[in-house]
Write a protein that binds this ligand. Structure first.
Ligand code: DSN
Length: 416
């Protein structure tokens, strides 16, 4: 990955790419939505398929010359079907948000009603936030997590569903550390005759590996992104029962997108093949074990975890109790200076601005890909705490940063 061909044409971009490669090697990627794909996935995504237009679906394209595009897309679909067990899969969405858009576009009319989790409580912009097309196109009501337990308030959700009478209930979250009871939400959807969309963007890999309960076969629609815990090419995916297949396919193309990004579909196919290997199950279990260890380490230091722990790949720390004067943004900056990259995040009952909220969110998918085990994760937890607790002490930040560089060298990412 020297980017020699890029350098010959465009040294400025080659410098940026090399800088990013080095940044990833020399920092701990703990943004919970990120991971490190394999060199095989990188190669597929950087392949000649970027040149190809393939509007339509395998065997029914609007352009000539799609034989190899068809092969790749069919493989991606076949493997996704095996990984998640859905009756129908569409692998063309450019992202998780586009996957959600396809479901809304297929099943709702403008003004129809979405019931979803509030963003500060772990939801996602594309679930109905006022700044997003969903909030501006549909009528949105939002449920919350329980203030005491930090877990989905299923009873509150059922009450809201009763009074609001939604057309669709959205489950699946971006900053929710606990396993979701898909059946319970489906029962609520059944009671009010609403569709149920489960957005498993963050936990696609955990669900595929069977280390988190699956909503496939429970919810009407399951969407996800393909580059987070599943570690395949970048993009989105929609899964549904056969009865909705045509509606979803039409909503993806031509409804919401033009030509599929076939190089990314190739990256999805390759990543899905890797995830079908039995070793992926071990990986996914290690991601969850590492998150548990990280959470326990931070809690032992006195940090407060939303919901008290985690069942997934992420922990969400509410800094207000242990460090009332420290914002998530300040913690994020201090940690980044120590080569630990995670993000400031809103927390349930947020009292600050979304631009500088009260929490930090950390995920373990990327470090687990590098080979970090629970002992290493415990040390990472200690390092995070040291920085959080001494966020304005340059010598602590420097010492932690140096130790992180040693850890990165010990667990290299891409072979030279
Ligand atoms: N930006 C992603 C996340 O960090 O959760 C979701 O789209």
């Amino acid at each position: 990955m020297d980017y020699d061909s890029v350098r010959a044409v465009d040294p400025a971009v080659a410098d940026a790419l090399g800088g990013e490669r080095d940044r990833q090697e020399e920092t701990l990627a703990m943004i919970a939505s990120e991971n490190h794909v394999s060199e095989a996935v990188l190669e597929a995504q950087g392949s000649v398929l970027t040149n190809k237009y393939a509007e339509g679906y395998p065997g029914a394209r609007y352009y000539a010359g799609c034989a190899h595009a068809d092969e790749v897309e069919e493989l991606a679909i076949e493997r996704a079907t095996e990984l998640w067990g859905a009756e129908h899969v569409n692998v063309q969405p450019h992202s998780g948000t586009q996957a959600n858009q396809a479901v809304y576009f297929a099943m709702l009319e403008p003004g129809d009603k979405i019931l979803s989790l509030e963003l500060n409580h772990g939801g996602h912009l594309s679930h109905g936030h006022p700044a997003n097309f969903t909030g501006q196109t549909y009528t949105v009501e939002q449920y919350e997590v329980d203030a005491e337990t930090g877990r989905i308030d299923y009873d509150g959700l059922a009450e809201l569903a009763e009074s609001f009478d939604p057309d669709i209930i959205v489950s699946g979250y971006s900053a929710y550390p606990r396993a979701v009871d898909w059946e319970r939400i489906q029962a609520v959807a059944d009671d009010v005759d609403a569709y149920h969309l489960a957005d498993i963007a963050h936990i696609t890999g955990l669900v595929a590996a069977g280390v988190h309960p699956s909503p496939v076969g429970v919810a009407d629609f399951v969407t996800g992104s393909t580059h987070k815990t599943i570690r395949a090419g970048r993009g989105g995916i929609v899964m549904c029962d056969a009865e909705y297949a045509d509606d979803i396919d039409k909503a993806v193309f031509p409804g919401g997108q033009g030509g599929p990004l076939m190089h990314n579909v190739a990256g999805k196919a390759v990543g899905f093949k890797e995830a079908l290997d039995p070793s992926f199950e071990e990986y996914a279990q290690a991601v969850v074990d590492n998150a548990e260890t990280l959470g326990e380490t931070l809690a032992d230091h006195g940090l407060s975890l939303v919901s008290g722990g985690t069942d997934t790949h992420l922990v969400l720390v509410d800094l207000r109790e242990s460090h009332p004067d420290l914002t998530g943004g300040e913690a994020e900056d201090a940690l980044a200076a120590a080569n630990i990259v995670l993000n400031a995040n809103t927390v349930p009952g947020e009292t600050r601005s979304p631009f500088n909220p009260s929490g930090i969110r950390a995920g373990t998918a990327g470090l687990t890909t590098r080979g970090f085990d629970e002992a290493a994760m415990e040390e990472v937890g200690d390092l995070i705490y040291r920085v959080v607790d001494a966020h304005d002490d340059d010598s602590t930040i420097e010492a932690v940063g140096d130790r992180v560089l040693e850890l990165c060298a010990e667990y290299p990412l891409y072979a030279e």
